[in-house]
Ligand binder design. Structure first.
Ligand SMILES: C[S@@+](CC[C@H](N)C(=O)[O-])C[C@H]1O[C@@H](n2cnc3c(N)ncnc32)[C@H](O)[C@@H]1O
Length: 266
């Protein structure tokens, strides 16, 4: 499973100076949802797991603890430098679109916020299904960022700014080959890929200035600054978005996150 890879078009580059913060905010915002799902799947001692596009590695570490003794976790990423070593954890530089992947090898395959970004996501999904042992579980945790209404804003100007910010993010991601609504499409794609017992769980929450998900989108104004500017936002507007997201009166509905599990038939 060795490979050298680049990720053309992927908007959140792990070699960007903002990547460490991005992984920290992702873990704070979404690890509770992800690990609840993985626990529900029954992952435990002896399981062989694959974590695809592991990013900062927080889920891979959780899995490595969970499958001991006797289990193993393989964590892959095109840029895996942020994944700290741990016992029972193998870290690979690996492009899921094209590098070799063993077949019928894993009890669990998990990936969060990776297929969303990949134009080849259906081909990748087929590869993930082939990598599962019969009876194995695939869990995908994916956004639908096309949903996320503003609820209470300091004033109408702030509402307009927030909505333009979200619309620019949808455009810049789509331009890079992402499917901004992939979360809502994942369950159907998993069934078409041959999985059974497909179980999509949508998750929404109230976003305030204290929410880890809001810290993440505020951070996007820095991490994706150049792409936002290409979509017509100015540095002054991005600074105002950051102020708005830190305002104690800010209230919005989160984007939708879908945690979807399916099982490979025996
Ligand atoms: C949005 S981040 C999500 C990271 C992590 N899964 C999480 O949720 O915290 C997407 C990750 O996918 C990785 N990635 C992008 N394209 C990839 C590819 N073709 N194969 C493997 N990993 C890829 C990126 O380097 C990045 O670490």
């Amino acid at each position: 499973m060795n490979g050298t890879a680049t990720a053309p078009g992927y908007v959140f580059d792990n070699h960007n100076e903002n990547a460490t913060d991005q992984h920290r905010f992702l873990a704070a915002a979404y690890d509770p949802l992800t690990t609840r799902g993985l626990a529900r799947a029954g992952v435990g001692p002896g399981w062989r797991c694959l974590e695809v596009g592991a990013g900062g590695g927080s889920v891979a570490h959780w899995l490595a603890d969970r499958v001991a003794p006797g289990g193993s976790v393989t964590a892959t990423d095109v840029k895996p430098e942020h994944i700290a070593p741990a016992e029972g954890l193998e870290v690979l530089r690996h492009d899921i679109t094209r590098d070799p992947l063993p077949e019928a090898a894993f009890d669990l395959v998990h990936s969060r916020l990776v297929l969303l970004h990949l134009p080849e996501r259906i081909k990748v999904l087929d590869r993930l299904v082939r990598a599962l042992k019969p009876g194995g579980v695939l869990q995908l945790d994916e956004f639908d960022i096309t949903y996320g209404p503003s609820l209470l804003m300091p004033d109408d100007g702030a509402r307009d700014l927030y909505e333009r910010f979200l619309a620019a993010k949808i455009r810049l991601m789509a331009r890079a080959g992402a499917d901004p609504a992939w979360g809502r499409n994942a369950a159907g794609a998993m069934r078409r890929a041959g999985l059974v017992e497909v179980d999509p769980r949508p998750h929404l929450e109230l976003w305030t200035a204290e929410s880890p998900g809001v810290h993440l989108i505020s951070h996007h104004t820095r991490h994706l600054r150049d792409a936002f500017v290409r979509e017509g936002m100015t540095d002054g507007e991005l600074a105002r978005v950051r102020d708005l997201l830190a305002d104690p009166s800010f209230r919005a509905c989160s984007c939708a996150v879908y945690s979807v599990q399916g099982r490979k038939p025996l």
